[in-house]
Design a protein around this ligand. Structure first.
Ligand code: ZN
Length: 291
C-alpha cells in the first residue's frame, strides 16, 4: 500500500470509528511520523501508551501484562515494543473498552498471543461492523482478570458512548480506565451502536461511585476525580441546554449553531466529536425524551 493510500486508509478508519484529532493533524502535516506512540507511567505498575488512537492502559503484574485497548491494526508491533520497554513479561490479557477500531484494532495480532475480553454488546457491534479480531471472552455485567495476585475489575455500568462500554478498575491503584466514556476534548455519542446521553449520565454516576482518584480517558490527558465530575456535569448541562432550546422551538437544522454556549467547552470545540458527529442524534434523543 503506497503512502497516500495508507494515509487514506488511516483517515477512513479513524472516521469509521472515533475521529482522532491528533491523527488528523499528523496527516494534514503531510507525513505520518514514525514512532508516533509513547509510553509513560501513570502510577507504580500502570503505564499509558498515548498517540493516535485510544489511550492504552498497561497494567504490569508479576505474571504478565494486562492491556486495556490496543489502538489501530498497524500499531500491534509498536505496542509490543513499548511494553517491552517496561517489562520482560508477555501480554497475557487485553480488555477492549468498546468496539471502535481505534481501541480494538490490534485484536487480530493480540489474539495470537493473549486472551481478549469485551462486553457482549461490544463483540456484537464488532460482528455487525465486520471487524476482524473478535474477542473470545465476553461478559455482561462484571468480570475480573486476576493475574500475579493483582485483580483488575471490568464493569459494564450502563449505556453511554455505545451500548457495550467497559470501565476497567484497578482497585489497588484507585484508578479507572474509562475508555471513550471519558474524553479530554468532547465526547462522541455513537447512537448507531446504542449510545445514549441519558444513559451516559447514569453511567458516569456509577463510575463516580467507585473509589478512585485517577482516570485514564479514551483520548486526552490523565484525569483526576474532579475532571470526571466536571465531565458528568457538562453532560448534564448540554442535555439541559438542548432540552431548553427544543422547548423553545429549535429545529434540528439549527441545532449545531444554537447549542453553542461559552460555558460549555464541548460546544466550543469545532473539531470535537460532540459537534462533528453527535448532533443531530443528540437532538433526536432529547426531542423524544421531552415529548
Ligand atoms: Zn470510541
Amino acid at each position: 500500500m503506497g503512502k497516500n493510500n495508507l494515509v487514506q486508509a488511516l483517515i477512513s478508519r479513524a472516521l469509521a470509528s472515533c475521529l482522532c484529532t491528533a491523527l488528523t493533524i499528523a496527516v494534514s502535516g503531510g507525513a505520518v511520523a514514525q514512532d508516533r506512540l509513547n509510553i509513560s507511567e501513570v502510577k507504580d505498575g500502570l503505564h499509558v501508551i498515548t498517540g493516535p488512537g485510544g489511550n492504552i492502559g498497561v497494567r504490569l503484574t508479576p505474571e504478565g501484562v494486562i492491556l486495556i485497548d490496543n489502538k489501530f491494526p498497524q500499531d500491534f508491533e509498536e505496542i509490543r515494543s513499548l511494553v517491552a520497554d517496561v517489562t520482560d513479561l508477555p501480554v497475557r490479557y487485553v480488555i477492549n473498552t468498546h468496539h471502535h477500531g481505534d481501541h480494538s484494532g490490534s485484536n487480530p495480532g493480540f489474539l495470537q498471543i493473549a486472551e481478549v475480553i469485551a462486553h457482549r454488546n461490544a463483540r456484537e457491534n464488532m460482528l455487525r461492523g465486520n471487524q476482524e479480531g473478535l474477542p473470545r471472552t465476553i461478559y455482561t455485567e462484571q468480570t475480573s482478570v486476576i493475574l500475579g495476585g493483582i485483580e483488575v475489575q471490568v464493569f459494564h455500568l450502563g449505556r453511554g458512548h455505545t451500548n457495550g462500554d467497559s470501565v476497567v478498575y484497578f482497585p489497588d491503584l484507585k484508578t479507572v480506565h474509562g475508555g471513550d466514556l471519558l474524553h479530554g476534548i468532547a465526547p462522541f455519542i455513537d447512537y448507531a451502536n446504542g449510545g445514549s446521553s441519558r444513559g451516559w449520565v447514569g453511567t458516569m454516576n456509577n463510575i463516580l461511585a467507585l473509589d478512585f482518584n485517577t482516570a485514564i480517558p479514551g483520548h486526552g490527558e490523565i484525569m483526576d476525580r474532579r475532571d470526571v465530575l466536571n465531565f458528568r456535569n457538562q453532560m448534564e448541562a448540554v442535555r439541559a441546554r438542548m432540552a431548553g432550546l427544543i422547548r423553545g422551538g429549535l429545529s434540528i437544522g439549527d441545532a449545531s449553531d444554537q447549542i453553542i454556549d461559552s460555558d460549555l467547552s464541548w460546544t466550543q470545540a469545532d473539531n470535537g466529536l460532540f459537534m462533528q458527529r453527535s448532533i443531530p442524534g443528540f437532538y433526536n434523543e432529547i426531542f423524544t425524551e421531552i415529548q
